[in-house]
Design a protein around this ligand. Structure first.
Ligand SMILES: [Fe+2]
Ligand SMILES: [Fe+2]
Length: 310
């Protein structure tokens, strides 16, 4: 369908946006980020007469540190996400209220993760700042997705972020971090529900077009953090540690939404919609197979490492 077809669906979705905005506002907590940071752990750095950062001050394992850095730098890039969403969904009505509200909620995430990391000396604050500068200067470009694709992408991305935060929090082995990341993950879950409901409504308005958007976005999905310096290397380490890997992505992010939307049960698809559904089935199968290969290789590598260690 043409861009005007997508725009027509967007117009028809307006009432659903308003309804879900109201639902979101009724169930979102106004939680206080400062309540989640262990301030008494903090002390001055060198310029104020204190001690500069050094690696042995961090109580985090190297992989927990990496996961927190990637999650934080991804959250840091919020100005780009805001610009992308405002461009995609327009700057009027319920969409404007939603995008601004969403932005305000998301801004808490980077601020309290950074507070946690700096106060606990969990990571090198100088390198973190350099990486933040590089990430924001790179910006995030979604490639000009049509609105339906953006709703689908954001559903998956919010769920992926929820899972990534929760698992990163657990990897810290610190109850304070675990509580902080569980709290952030609850926000991401509500964000996911907002977009998931829009996609469900879109499946009723324009089923074939929406299944095409889902097939495209499942096939082409990449995390918003790809512009973070060293992302590929850091993401590979995070996957090796089982914090976020292909198996988790397929089982805990992609499939729950595919099932929720009942893609393989819905009726009334035209020929293009049927083709999109078939494409999606093939993409899912290939992703599942890739996930299985990844897990098998990881298991072999771990077994080899422990054999060498003995
Ligand atoms: Fe977030
Ligand atoms: Fe979110």
């Amino acid at each position: 369908m043409t861009t005007s077809g997508h725009q027509a669906v967007l117009v028809q979705l307006e009432a659903v946006v308003a309804e879900n905005l109201e639902r979101h506002l009724a169930c979102a907590d106004d939680w206080m980020p400062h309540e989640y940071v262990p301030w008494s752990d903090g002390r001055n750095f060198a310029r104020l007469g204190g001690e500069p950062w050094s690696a042995e001050q961090s109580k985090l394992s190297p992989i927990a540190r990496t996961a927190l850095e990637v999650n934080l730098l991804t959250e840091d890039n919020l100005p780009s996400y805001h610009a992308e969403l405002a461009r995609t969904f327009g700057r009027d009505g319920a969409w404007r209220v939603w995008v601004n509200r969403w932005t305000a909620e998301e801004a808490r995430h980077a601020s309290c993760i950074r507070d946690y990391l700096v106060v606990t000396r969990g990571t090198d604050p100088e390198r973190l700042e350099q990486d933040r500068m590089a990430t924001l200067q790179a910006g995030f470009d979604s490639g000009g997705k049509p609105p339906l694709h953006a709703c689908v992408y954001t559903s998956f991305q919010e769920l992926a972020t929820r899972v990534a935060h929760r698992n990163a929090g657990s990897a810290c082995e610190d109850p304070v971090a675990e509580r902080l990341f569980a709290r952030i993950a609850m926000d991401e879950n509500l964000h996911m529900i907002f977009y998931r409901n829009l996609v469900r409504a879109a499946l009723e308005i324009a089923p074939s077009l929406t299944v095409r958007a889902i097939a495209d976005e499942v096939g082409g999905f990449s995390m918003p953090g790809t512009v973070v310096p060293g992302f590929a290397r850091r993401a590979a380490q995070i996957a090796q540690a089982g914090i976020y890997d292909l198996r988790i992505h397929h089982d805990d992010v992609i499939m729950p939404l595919v099932r929720y939307w009942q893609i393989f049960e819905i009726e009334g698809l035209d020929a293009e919609g049927e083709q999109a559904r078939q494409d999606l089935a093939e993409i899912l199968e290939a992703q599942d197979a890739r996930a299985a290969r990844f897990v098998a290789r990881r298991w072999e590598a771990r077994a080899a490492r422990s054999a060498r260690a003995h």
